[in-house]
Ligand binder design. Sequence first.
Ligand code: ATP
Length: 332
Amino acid sequence: MQDQAKAIAVLTSGGDASGMNMAIRAVTRSALAQGWAVYGVSEGYAGLIAAPEEGKIRRLTARDVGGILGLGGTVLGSARCKDFHDASVRARGIANLAALGVDALVVIGGNGSQAGAHALHEQGLAVVGLASTIDNDLEGSDITLGADTAANVAVDAVDKLRVTSSSHRRASIVEVMGRSCGYLALTVGLATGAEAIVLPEQDLGPDEVAQRIASAYDRGKHHAIVIVAEGARYNAAALAEILEREHRERVRFDMRVTVLGHIQRGGTPTVFDRLLGARLGAHAIDCLERGEHGVLVGLRGNEVVTTPLADVVGKQKPLGLELVELAQTLAQ
Ligand code: ATP
């Protein structure tokens, strides 16, 4: 056994994701079970580097993380913190932890947050990352904490849109989140039987989208659904504008744009995300207990695994496009 942590801290960073609270609970209670002290850092890296008198780093007891597992978002709060790109600012965060006797940190977050975690590790802090982002774009985890809930929220919204679209014989052009990764769009598109799915990874031009909508109309459908990833070449509004301007006669359906936006972050964590949060959180503490750090904890198949943060940062997990073909085949 190498350096054993006696006091640890946990923070959530970047976009909030449902299931983060279960992860906070699992990290906290697993560490307490080891007899360690646990500190919760408010507002991500911004809280970590704040002046101590601001009180952003507080002791957590088992009771402090009670009653949170069914809540979306993160009870610790999250933030995006530009200053954290600066090594001297990060050193302030490490010093803040050292002043409390904290020698290890669990970072729950996505790509950017794990880049920050890696940078902290390079500066000597024992850090374990926990793969959590609705975008599901992190190398080192087949699925990231929060993606399942976000997909469920979006599917629920599209199911509702379909009802009103059918009543008015409309095409719904729906934009979903995911940054530059099409995972959410593809998942939602397949799960809702969308006529077309427009992804950053596979560019479906307006002409092809118009063709798919027209084909739905010709088959007597009363609605058409087009799912657009926020990182695609055209966002939903731009795509609808081109369809209206250049393909109106072909499309025929009346068209409406819906941008789901931050609604997708607000869901009650699904059972899947609760279990994932619990497993990843507990594993993060196992890692620290055996002196393993500088790694990301994620899921491969049904196994919780670790990947060196150095192999994770600066990459985007490629999207398996076989589901695109399946979605197309099934949307006839
Ligand atoms: P999501 O994609 O789900 O919103 P994320 O973790 O990728 O989550 P970002 O906003 O990209 O969210 O990053 C969160 C924070 O991580 C940033 O605000 C910044 O404080 C820190 N960060 C990002 N990249 C780096 C980096 N290269 N070095 C140090 N810190 C970084």
